[in-house]
Design a protein around this ligand. Structure first.
Ligand SMILES: NC(=O)c1ccc[n+]([C@@H]2O[C@H](COP(=O)([O-])OP(=O)(O)OC[C@H]3O[C@@H](n4cnc5c(N)ncnc54)[C@H](O)[C@@H]3O)[C@@H](O)[C@H]2O)c1
Length: 306
């Protein structure tokens, strides 16, 4: 890799660990000046430390690159602003923002506390808003526009024990699509990556996932930040490192209109909906059943051998 981001100024949140660290290192290796933004927290969002962001800045600098650390909580408006200001004050512009910061608080919906819901949504969803908001205000005035890159998850479709995370990641997709829709006229593109990689976040997933090293997500991120991808916007890409897939755009697939008085009654809906438009199968139900079966078989095998 070299030179795909020469002269660009890029902020990466969650850049202290895992996927974000890989993207920050790759952006610097590709010629970008990088704001390494990371609060240095545990997987569930506790015990902040500025050493985590500083360590990645030291790595970039040792390799001959340029980087500055910001060790704040991305769910706070002033931290989003500080991250963008750091790029503008040091290098004169902000060309790309990559929102990778995230935490997890796993719990079944019926046991989840308000705090577990609010904190996860704040870091993921609001943590995108704070950066997109501050960056787009600068980018719309730049002749060169800019790129917004969000991090969602395949779990945006649904999750059994992480309704907070799933809701936040669905919000990230809609927020990013709205950014793409509103900001294209200013030369700003906005896309999402739904990654899988072996990191501290994925190591406790109770089933096998298709995942490689955290650094393997960086090439797609670099491409989406580069001038070669300027026309690509409002997309969500799965990336496992060895496989990239594009998600469809949500659209209505079938419709029916009311027969009587232009308005549906309950009885007309009950009669016509099942045969006329029906419902859409949720593919994840089949996955879930398969996983539950595998886990039950594994447990039975373990019990038999102990
Ligand atoms: N690893 C996977 O397989 C996977 C799968 C789907 C989605 N994702 C998403 O990819 C992103 C990166 O995941 P990862 O596996 O590299 O996680 P990670 O835990 O290795 O890294 C996350 C980083 O975010 C930082 N962070 C957390 N809260 C923060 C806050 N409030 N402000 C600033 N920084 C904060 C942490 O300090 C940490 O360095 C996350 O958004 C995650 O939801 C990962």
């Amino acid at each position: 890799m070299s030179g795909h981001l020469t002269g660009k100024n890029i902020a990466v949140t969650g850049a202290g660990n895992g996927i974000g660290r890989g993207i920050a290192l790759a952006c610097a290796a590709e010629g970008a000046n990088v704001v390494v933004a990371d609060y240095g927290v545990s997987l569930d969002g506790h015990d902040p430390s500025s050493e985590v962001a500083d360590a990645v800045v030291a790595e970039i600098t040792a390799a001959g690159g340029t980087a500055v650390a910001v060790a704040g909580d991305v769910s706070r408006m002033e931290v989003g602003q500080q991250i963008i200001d750091t790029a503008v004050d040091n290098w004169g512009s902000i060309d790309g923002v990559v929102c990778v910061a995230g935490i997890v608080r796993e719990r079944m919906l019926f046991n989840m506390s308000e705090e577990e819901f609010d904190d996860v949504v704040a870091v993921h969803l609001k943590g995108h808003f704070t950066l997109y908001r501050a960056a787009s205000a600068v980018m719309r005035k730049q002749e060169s526009g800019g790129s917004l890159l969000g991090f969602t998850s395949g779990a945006f479709v649904a999750s059994t024990a992480q309704a907070n995370y799933s809701a936040a990641k669905g919000g990230v997709v809609s927020l990013t699509r709205s950014a793409a829709f509103a900001l294209r006229r200013y030369g700003i593109n906005a896309n999402c990556i739904a990654p899988t990689a072996m990191t501290r976040m994925s190591e406790n997933v109770p089933f096998e996932i298709e995942a490689g090293a955290p650094e393997d997500i960086a090439p797609l991120a670099v491409y989406l930040l580069s001038d070669a991808a300027r026309e690509i916007t409002a997309q969500t890409y799965t990336c496992t490192g060895s496989r990239i897939a594009v998600w469809n755009q949500p659209v209505e697939v079938r419709e029916m209109t009311a027969n009587t008085d232009g308005v549906f009654t309950v009885d007309e809906i009950a009669e016509r909906l099942p045969v006329s438009i029906g419902h859409e199968e949720m593919p994840m139900f089949a996955d879930l059943e398969r996983r539950m079966k595998e886990m039950a078989e594994q447990k039975a095998a373990e019990e038999a051998s102990s």
